[in-house]
Design a protein around this ligand. Structure first.
Ligand code: GLC
Length: 473
């Protein structure tokens, strides 16, 4: 039987380009869906993407009329791990140092850049005839409106919110430049506190809206987590659901990970990874628990809490390693802390290989996120045998059960869970973790259990397929 065609659109996809978890999901979910659908993934061909390495070749070119201007667009393609990729090249969209802008702010013309990306997605749908378009985050959201507007397109549209904190909000003077009629500048369409909101286009015009965990799907209907869109989401709640992300077991498996100094399959096997990392970073004490933070240095990830807590944590018998990049203020605060304490080390800059080595070395992974749509790091931590320490929000609430309720006969992952995002709770959780660590037998049992849990896409990919099937029958 011929598989139906599906276009999965994202502004970043690992391994071509990555700033966050969206890139991992945009790599691993299409791989999982490719069994049942003929999937193509479309993303911008940013100048940082290595065309040679990935054998990216030109396919076709066309012009796009947007807001009275003509833009030349080139489509490139490659096949990677059996999935077809389409890359959109236009100088306006692609020739930049950063994807979206320097860490503190977005580029001023992002509305035009990702407006153009959305027009290119709609044009691909016309040319290549897809049954389903799966759009992700604000950067592709306008495509939902363009699809609805074009009566010749029968494509059904799923829109996934990976993070409500980034909505793509721009001044209304931009509307003519992105070719969107003023009639859409209303509360039930794109208008948002007198600004234009791209994400609203995805929510309003997609046939189904999903977010990346069941708990976050509920949270975003409340003022605390709704980022001003809770009312609007409430109006569209019947088409909203939460599907938990998965991770790719081929990519995150210590038993076959070439980045590691020694591959392993259980808690005991982590030993050389830990001693090697400590040695490399100039830290001492293999027998002390090793805590890691890996992620973006942004408000969302609880860096304020971390900065406040680290002086207290550093006084405990432990080592702490931090890896990531992000806002300068956070980087400076973390850097000066790591200079002040001999058992604290900061590696600035994101590096996939170092991150894998850190998961392998760490006994615990710190995730004090204030909000977390899903979070992938806690699942990666399970796979590598690091016990996650999490604030109970969003996807963390769905994927981390508290270790006090540990039961080896369940399929759940266990970690140290706290329920209010404060420095006090985090410090108490770290203290509890040190105690857990000192009960070697129990600790190893939890680690070994977590390592065996299934956090692959198998179930969640089926849930997406269920939505596609419902829409296209
Ligand atoms: C965003 C969210 C994160 C989620 C990821 C992939 O980065 O902040 O929680 O896991 O998207 O969906």
């Amino acid at each position: 039987m011929n598989k139906k065609r599906m276009l999965f659109a994202s502004s970043e996809v690992y391994p071509f380009v990555k700033t966050g978890g969206l890139a991992d999901v945009s790599h691993s979910l299409p791989r999982a869906l490719n069994e049942s659908y003929a999937v193509s993934v479309v993303l911008p061909l940013y100048s940082s993407i290595d065309r040679k390495q990935f054998k990216i070749k030109p396919i076709e070119s066309f012009e796009i009329a947007m807001g009275g201007s003509l833009y030349a667009v080139e489509v490139y393609g490659t096949i990677y791990e059996n999935v077809a990729y389409r890359f959109i090249y236009a100088p306006l969209l692609c020739d930049r140092e950063f994807l979206y802008g320097p860490p503190e702010c977005g580029y001023e013309d992002n509305a035009l850049r990702f407006g153009l990306f959305s027009y290119a997605i709609a044009e691909l749908l016309r040319r290549e005839k897809y049954a389903i378009a799966h759009l992700n985050d604000w950067q592709c959201a306008l495509a939902a409106l363009l699809i609805k507007e074009d009566s010749t397109l029968e494509t059904k549209c799923v829109y996934t919110i990976h993070n409500l904190a980034y909505q793509g909000v721009f001044p209304p003077s931009l509307l003519p430049q992105i070719g969107i009629n003023e009639s859409y500048f209303t509360m039930d369409a794109l208008e948002f506190y007198n600004q234009v909101n791209f994400m609203k286009a995805g929510i309003a015009y997609a046939d189904a809206v999903t977010t990346v965990s069941p708990t976050y799907a509920k949270e975003i209907l409340t003022p605390e987590f709704g980022c001003g869109l809770e009312g609007f989401l409430h109006v569209h709640r019947r088409k909203l659901s939460g599907i938990i992300n998965g991770i790719d077991p081929d990519h995150f498996s210590p038993s076959c990970d070439e980045a590691l100094v020694e591959k392993y399959t259980n808690a005991k096997g982590k030993k050389s990874s830990k001693s090697d990392l400590l040695k490399q970073l100039g830290l001492k004490g293999s027998s002390k628990p090793l805590f890691a933070f890996i992620g973006r240095f942004t408000h969302q990830k609880g860096i304020d809490i971390l900065v406040e807590s680290l002086p207290k944590i550093a006084q405990m018998e432990c080592n702490v390693v931090l890896l990531g990049e992000g806002e300068e203020g956070y980087r400076d605060a973390l850097a000066s802390l790591s200079e002040g304490y001999g058992n604290l080390h900061l590696s600035f800059g994101y590096d996939e290989v170092i991150s894998h080595r850190m998961y392998a070395a760490a006994d615990f992974l710190l995730m004090p996120s204030l909000f977390e749509p899903c979070g992938l790091n806690q699942m990666i931590a399970y796979a590598y045998g690091a016990v996650p320490i999490v604030n109970k929000v969003g996807g963390l609430a769905d994927t981390v059960k508290k270790v006090e309720s540990y039961d080896e006969n369940t399929p759940f992952g266990y970690g140290v869970v706290f329920t209010s995002p404060t420095s006090r709770s985090l410090v108490a959780a770290v203290k509890k973790s040190c105690e857990l660590y000192s009960d070697k037998k129990h600790f190893e049992a939890v680690v070994n259990h977590n390592m065996k849990c299934d956090f692959s896409w198998s179930e969640s990919a089926k849930a997406y397929e269920g939505i596609y099937a419902r829409l296209s029958k």
